[in-house]
Design a protein around this ligand. Structure first.
Ligand SMILES: Nc1ncnc2c1ncn2[C@@H]1O[C@H](COP(=O)(O)OP(=O)(O)OP(=O)(O)O)[C@@H](O)[C@H]1O
Length: 304
């Protein structure tokens, strides 16, 4: 797989405190990577390191396969657009003035791209309105427009939905999806709002106390979180025959247990099993959402 960002044993210590502790991370090209962790887990620290705002204590990382030890890392970083903590915008300026300012900072030859950029983030009709009079969602979108000024192919967003109202959250989500689908921009989003992330992310990295607990694709996570009915019976072969006859999808786990993935009619199933002299010993629904998957992971991590 082609990776935009990889880190190897990346650590950042503040005196004796390990904000990042041997972090290993892989952001695939074209992905929307949900970087998940509770407050203080080290998400912003990782972002600050890859943006070159701080140096690692040990370990290393690569952007576009260029190691942070190489002088070419400066060029690789130019391909990143980032909104870290709060959007870098001037509140006394309009959206257009903010973008002009950023174009000048980047030394871009003309302002021709600005109207398109304003349209892309849905701020084309804000005219003379200054950013201080924008809603939080509009400020966040302006911050993203500023981050997009250099035409990056890797966008890094630190908690982009923080403090936004439901409408603002939807607008940011749609913008991120558009950038990813239409412009092939790889996106790294740090967040602890799992429900929102689950609508976007193609990959996840779960971080706890500066350490990567698990990286998993959304597809694999969905399979791991798949809803099913867990059943325990006295005769697994009889169960298998009945489920085959009913055309249901299932997986045998042991001599007495199986997971049934299709929706079942419990009465019909139990009547059919009675015919086969097979007893149901237990039956319950298993639904592991992203939230509980995460809680289970962290529960596991805290006992390491
Ligand atoms: N300059 C610093 N000096 C000392 N400790 C720091 C410094 N910067 C960050 N930390 C600590 O490192 C830890 C990780 O911080 P970081 O900001 O990366 O967490 P985070 O996962 O982004 O959480 P949040 O969502 O709260 O921003 C925190 O405990 C924080 O207090």
């Amino acid at each position: 797989m082609d990776y935009i960002l990889t880190t190897r044993a990346l650590s950042k210590h503040y005196s004796h405190f390990k904000a990042l502790n041997g972090l290993s991370m892989h952001v695939p090209k074209g992905s929307i990577y949900g970087f998940v962790g509770k407050n203080g887990a080290g998400k912003t620290t990782l972002i600050r390191l890859i943006c070159g705002l701080q140096n690692p204590t040990s370990g290393d990382y690569s952007l576009y396969n260029i190691s942070n030890g190489s002088s070419a890392i400066l060029n690789a970083r130019r391909r990143i657009g980032a909104v870290v903590e709060t959007p870098s915008i001037y509140l006394n300026m309009t959206a257009e003035e903010n973008l002009k300012q950023q174009y000048q900072i980047l030394g871009l030859p003309s302002f021709d791209g600005i109207p398109d950029l304003l349209k892309l983030v849905g701020l084309e009709n804000t005219g003379k309105k200054k950013a201080k009079n924008f809603s939080l969602g509009m400020r966040q979108r302006l911050g993203i427009a500023v981050a997009l000024a250099g035409d990056p192919d890797f966008l890094v967003l630190d908690e982009p939905a923080n403090g936004l109202d439901p409408q603002g959250i939807i607008e940011i989500r749609e913008l991120i999806l558009k950038l990813n689908h239409e412009r092939q921009i790889t996106v790294l989003i740090s967040s602890h709002i799992l429900d929102e992330l689950s609508r976007l992310a193609t990959h996840y990295g779960f971080i706890d106390r500066g350490h990567m607990v698990k990286e998993i694709s959304a597809r694999d996570l969905e399979a791991a979180c798949r809803k099913c009915v867990q059943i325990k019976v006295s005769d697994i072969q009889a169960l298998s025959r009945v489920l085959d006859n009913m055309g249901l999808e299932y997986r045998i786990l042991s001599e007495s247990q199986a997971d049934i993935y299709s929706e079942i009619n419990v009465t019909r199933l139990s009547l059919a099993l009675v015919q086969e002299n097979c007893e149901i010993l237990s039956l319950h629904e298993h639904d592991e959402s992203l939230e509980s998957y995460y809680m289970n992971l962290l529960g596991g991590a805290s006992h390491e």
